[in-house]
Write a protein that binds this ligand. Structure first.
Ligand SMILES: [Zn+2]
Length: 272
């Protein structure tokens, strides 16, 4: 990388300490990998090692994606969300997602991670919160791509099941949920802060309706104790919303609030 670089852009999204500002014909100076100046277009400067002209471009701070499944989304994007069974309000979570998961091997997952990292960077995303099961590979590849990653190993106490395509059932295995949280704690111990703090770990119980209240609370405690985010899928399908109303007489969000797991580091998520 050149030591001193000047980027001249038609539009620059800048930050003045209080809020973002749109600069037309702006200029950003980067010195030794650090931004040292943002302001109006500057005349050509002899001391710049490199000047990039982007009169038709827009220069923005790196975008942050707070929810992505980069080990699978290239394969199921745009049909898991709304191409499912009308009986399940067109959500593909209960029939399509398990089929895709069963058919996907480790090599495919790794290819998805690599594809997604390149795609995110190309779209301007420099930080992503990733939820899935390929956490160690994601943590390793982050350094190769220079992508800042929060790694969330998903775990849960039960899974969805439909026998007839009409009703969703929940099959419980609470021990599996506890083991998953233990793996996430171990992942944090091994990889949090890796590659010069490019990689951090957060805690991601999979879905509000597939985790016991004990698992949700224990994982939130683990996140709080380590000063890391906590994220759970919630209100992501009509089926789940109705199930939570039937179980508890409360909306899923109200139930989480009363459980005491919401707060500044809690991020309710939905599909992707
Ligand atoms: Zn999701």
């Amino acid at each position: 990388m050149p030591r001193r670089m000047v980027i001249q852009a038609g539009h620059v999204i800048a930050f003045d300490g209080n809020g973002h500002r749109l600069l037309r014909d702006g200029s950003v100076v980067v010195d030794g990998g650090r931004i040292v100046s943002v302001g109006p277009r500057q005349a050509a400067r002899a001391e710049a090692d490199e000047t990039i002209e982007a009169r038709d471009g827009i220069l923005t701070p790196g975008l942050i994606s707070t929810h992505a499944h980069i080990g699978g989304s290239p394969l199921d994007r745009s049909f898991i969300e709304d191409r499912g069974n009308p009986q399940f309000f067109c959500s593909g979570l209960f029939e399509l997602l398990p089929v895709r998961g069963a058919a996907q091997d480790e090599e495919a997952t790794r290819a998805c991670v690599d594809f997604s990292m390149a795609e995110l960077l190309r779209g301007g995303v420099t930080t992503v919160m990733e939820i899935g099961g390929a956490s160690e590979y994601v943590a390793a590849r982050a350094a190769d791509y220079g992508l800042r990653v929060y790694v969330g190993l998903a775990f849960r106490s039960g899974r969805w099941l439909t026998r007839d395509g009409r009703r969703v059932e929940w099959e419980w295995d609470e021990e599996q949920g506890r083991r998953g949280l233990a793996r996430a704690i171990e992942l944090h111990k091994q990889h949090d802060g890796a590659h010069g703090d490019l990689v951090r770990c957060f805690f991601s119980p999979a879905q509000v309706d597939t985790c016991t209240p004990e698992l949700l609370k224990a994982s939130k405690r683990a996140a709080d104790e380590r000063g890391r985010p906590w994220q759970v899928h919630v209100s992501q399908s009509v089926v789940e919303f109705n199930e939570m109303l039937a179980r508890h007489g409360k909306t899923p969000i109200a139930w989480l609030r009363d459980l005491g797991v919401l707060g500044p580091n809690a991020i309710p998520g939905a599909i992707r």
